[in-house]
Design a protein around this ligand. Structure first.
Ligand code: ADP
Length: 608
């Protein structure tokens, strides 16, 4: 004989939970979860929970109910339940009908029993207790209309099983008062493909509401949850429904009872009953609270702002906000951006300072170049004075001659005419000298422009010729036959040429007549223009060559040693190069290479 060990099944309280539908219907899974979580199962009062399923609506009818009754009675004959829990109305109704044959006198706790379906809720004996559920389709539609202000039509989808028909009746009554605010269309029992095609054709003016269905036009196929999943996939409008188990299928949700909460509520009633509390003395709420249950993926999909979801709503599939999702990345990113911004600001400041310094340098350079031009002018004073004096003297002579002619008796108008022509020519010559000099000595900001190198070389040589004559040096100018354009400041280039030419004149000073020739030439040289100043002086001592372009290097008694250094600065600022070729004892050639306007650099072949 089998003897049950003490403290196990023999002492355990048995609870039978009878579900209306199949085992895997999601609502049942939720109820069970809530129920089990709240049952107090302790060592001094162990609880055994058994679950049975009526598999409604697939299995219905008198014969079926009788079979199940016999089965349950026999099955639990040896371990009769202390409490029976009826999940949903079909189970409650079944138990009330067959109570006498099944478990007479055993209290019944109902959970998730819909109060208004089938209508009316039965009058319950004192030992049948629970908190009924009242669905709130109107509350759901009201909320949906607030969220979708463009909605003009409500499409209500129902099925064809008796359960589906009951829902249809309920929804027709429960939603009738929306007529006027929106048009309401019921789609009942359409074949699946037609139903889905219809749902696909909806637009933003529509809202779909459904209790799900077991059957549409075809054979029994679905659980309500599956049917909603299928509808939500196709619908081009938000789908709302009657059960919390629809959340997660693609439906937005609804104001619905929570199945887990109904399970929990039933569990706590069962605890009291097992503790010996009499059913009649229980003080229970009249109805389960409905909660707004939503799927955040769907609220976002249908444009419902997070802030418009009431704080008390049960939000599932919560989508993190940008801040929640990327907090670390955002903090790191923000810090990096701030650091970068700081770095950029510092660099900009540095850049600004450097530009200011560069500008100052350019200005200093400009001032230096100008000072150097003034020095050149100083050197040229004698020849310039001569250049101006000559035409002035000629003008005076001519004026005297004219006066004499005027005092003579003879009519010498033709001579007077010639004298006036000479005076005009001499005047032009003098003013030409002054113009060139003014240009050279001007302290204007660097004016970059395209200019003809041959032209400004001729101009500078006009000034130099007088100096050359004064020093008894022959200045030969060999200008290129065709104009050659250079981009830059013509005055500065003239300054370089004058500097080189004066150095050359210095170099040949005191040498025999045949060596006192300097040649200035301009000629194209492989994409560049070469300006050369050649003399037949003593050349540069090899040890001086590396220092020749340094500031303040001079071998002259009164030299400043700035001419060549300024020349190199000017030429390099023009994108050019300056170099010297010296043949000690025989002469020196300075080569200045300037890029032809349009070519930004000098071809490297010319630099070799
Ligand atoms: P400065 O003419 O005031 O001395 P530069 O910078 O113009 O300053 O010239 C620097 C030095 O280069 C000169 O002192 C001279 O020694 C040398 N030099 C310049 N041109 C020639 C030349 N054509 N022949 C020989 N030496 C030259």
């Amino acid at each position: 004989m089998l003897v049950a060990p003490a403290g196990t099944a023999a002492d355990a309280r048995n609870v039978l939970v009878l579900y209306s539908n199949g085992r895997l219907v999601p609502a049942n899974v939720d109820v069970e979860r809530g129920f089990k979580s709240s049952i107090v199962d302790s060592a001094d009062r162990p609880v055994e929970i058994f679950s049975e399923f009526l598999d409604y609506p697939e299995f219905v009818g008198e014969d079926y109910e009788n079979t199940v009754t016999t089965y349950l009675r026999n099955k639990f004959a040896k371990r009769p339940p202390d409490v029976v829990v009826a999940v949903a109305r079909q189970s409650l109704d079944f138990l009330l009908r067959h109570r006498a044959q099944l478990f007479p006198g055993v209290p019944i706790v109902h959970a998730a029993a819909f109060r208004a379906y089938p209508n009316p809720f039965p009058t319950l004996p004192a030992d049948v207790v629970g908190v009924p559920v009242e669905y709130d389709p109107a509350g759901t539609v009201e909320q949906a209309l607030r969220w979708h202000p463009k909605a003009r039509h409500l499409l209500v989808v129902t099925g064809t099983t008796p359960r589906d028909r009951e829902w249809e009746t309920l929804l027709r009554e429960g939603l009738a008062h929306f007529e006027g605010r929106v048009t309401i269309e019921f789609l009942t029992g359409l074949p699946t493909d037609k139903l889905l095609a219809r749902l696909r054709g909806l637009d933003e003016e529509w809202i779909v509401f459904t209790a799900g269905f077991y059957q549409v036009g075809d054979a029994l196929k679905y659980t309500p949850r599956e049917s909603v999943e299928m509808m939500a996939k196709s619908a081009n409008a938000p789908v709302y429904g009657t059960f919390s188990s629809f959340v997660g299928t693609g439906a937005v949700g609804g104001r619905v009872p929570s199945f887990a909460a109904t399970g929990q509520q039933a569990g706590s009633i069962v605890n009291s009953l097992l503790d010996g509390v009499s059913p009649a003395s229980l003080n229970l709420p009249k109805v389960m609270l409905n909660e707004l249950n939503v799927d955040m993926r769907q609220t976002r999909r249908w444009g419902i702002a997070d802030k418009d979801i009431p704080a008390e709503a049960v939000v599932q599939f919560r989508q993190p906000t940008f801040w929640e999702a990327y907090r670390t990345v955002a903090i790191i990113g923000g810090t990096v951006i701030l650091l970068q911004a700081g770095l950029i600001a510092a660099l900009l400041l540095e850049h600004h300072r450097r530009r200011k310094a560069e500008m100052a340098l350019v200005q200093r350079g400009g001032e230096l170049a100008h000072a150097s031009r003034l020095a050149i002018a100083g050197e040229l004073t004698a020849s310039i004075a001569h250049e101006i004096n000559q035409p002035l003297a000629a003008i005076l002579t001519n004026a005297d001659a004219a006066e004499m002619i005027l005092h003579s008796e003879v009519d010498r108008r033709e001579d007077l005419q010639m004298i006036l022509t000479d005076i005009r020519r001499d005047d032009l010559r003098a003013s030409d000298v002054i113009r060139r000099l003014r240009t050279l000595l001007s302290n204007k900001a660097i004016e970059r422009q395209s200019f003809d190198l041959t032209e400004i070389v001729s101009d500078a040589c006009a000034i130099l010729q007088a100096e050359a004559r004064r020093r008894e040096v022959t200045l030969v100018v060999r200008n290129a036959a065709t104009p050659g354009c250079v981009f830059g400041d013509p005055v500065q280039i003239q300054q370089v040429l004058i500097n080189l030419a004066l150095n050359a004149m210095d170099a040949v000073a005191g040498l025999p007549g045949d060596r006192r020739t300097i040649v200035v030439s301009v000629e194209p040289e492989a994409g560049a223009l070469a300006l050369t100043v050649r003399d037949r002086g003593p050349g540069v001592a090899p040890e001086h060559l590396p220092k020749l372009f340094d500031s303040f290097f001079s071998t002259k008694r009164r030299g400043m040693g700035l001419g060549l250094s300024i020349a190199r600065t000017i030429i390099e600022a023009h994108g050019g190069r300056i170099r010297v070729d010296s043949d000690p004892g025989h002469g020196t050639v300075f080569h200045v290479l300037l890029p032809v306007h349009g070519e930004s650099t000098i071809p490297t072949t010319t630099l070799a």
